[in-house]
Design a binder for this molecule. Structure first.
Ligand code: 8Y7
Length: 275
């Protein structure tokens, strides 16, 4: 399986690692890098040196309870970092749901758009359709401000899968090739602990077949609920969750801790590669 993102073609024969670079001042995982372009660029380069196959830049917080970031502020945080990283040799993904940010990011050299709203904002599909960027479509119930208040499903796996299938159809109708699309069940986005565990246990049933799956579990509160540990002490739990996602078929892992995740994947590959 291959994923086309701009000028890059990613081979998903082995699971890939996407390193998270947060440009927000209020990142829940304690890695916010606002107002520090040089620090953010250095952080991204260190992740690439540690084996990140791609980088995800986010300048608007999407943590539970977060309030929206104004467009000009998001661009002010994002563009200087993106411009410096655009030639770094790996695809740069931009985590945004605003069509104007998508367009500016693609001009500035982004190869992928990672949208927690799965391109549901008016104009978002059009913003990516005219380019050849990769697209990550994520499931979310509700919106960040309120999504964790009372998440509820009649049929969790069926609803997540149908939502993603509908979004793929909307992109296909706009001319976006399936080879550009990766799907994400959206761990923690309008989900209780039980929902998150069900998704991880039954990952293949949560996504329509045939397209690659990205999983974002790194340092998330579900891991805090399980281990009782604060966000800064969730590395072992994050690595365990990442491996479980790979066992469930995930092909891209969105993580804060690239080196540790790569080591875990090396062990996984050594055992599974000869299957
Ligand atoms: C995810 C994500 C976040 C995720 C995708 C965090 C932006 C919260 N989580 N994007 N973004 N998947 N595709 O814990 O799970 O990093 S923000």
């Amino acid at each position: 399986m291959k994923l086309h993102c701009g000028k890059f073609t990613l081979d998903l024969a082995r699971p890939l690692v996407m390193g998270i670079v947060n440009l927000t001042p209020d990142s829940f995982s304690g890695d916010g890098l606002a107002d520090g372009t040089a620090r953010a660029v250095a952080h991204a380069r260190a992740q690439i040196a540690a084996g990140a196959d791609m980088i995800d830049l986010g300048a608007e917080s999407s943590r539970p309870g977060a309030t929206p970031t104004p467009l000009d502020e998001e661009l002010r945080r994002l563009l200087p970092v993106l411009e410096e990283l655009a030639g770094c040799g790996v695809p740069i993904s931009v985590d945004t749901y605003k069509p104007a940010v998508m367009r500016a990011a693609l001009v500035a050299g982004a190869s992928m758009i990672n949208d927690i709203y799965a391109l549901r904002m008016p104009g978002a599909v059009e913003a990516v359709a005219g380019s050849d960027c990769g697209v990550c479509l994520m499931h979310m119930q509700g919106e960040p401000l309120t999504m964790q208040q009372a998440p509820a499903y009649d049929d969790l796996l069926g609803e997540v899968r149908q939502f993603l299938a509908d979004r793929v159809a909307a992109l296909a109708a706009a001319g976006v090739a399936p080879s550009r699309i990766v799907l994400d069940p959206g761990f923690g986005f309008g989900k209780s602990l039980v929902h998150n565990l069900d998704l991880l246990r039954r990952l293949p049933a949560a996504t329509p077949p045939g397209l690659p799956v990205l999983a974002g579990l790194s340092r998330k509160s579900m891991l805090g609920q399980i281990t009782g540990r604060p966000v800064g002490e969730r590395l072992p739990a994050s690595v365990a969750a990442a491996l479980l996602a790979v066992e469930g078929g995930a092909r891209i892992l969105r993580v804060h801790d690239v080196a540790a995740t790569r080591d875990a994947l090396a062990v996984w590959s050594a055992v599974r590669a000869s299957d």
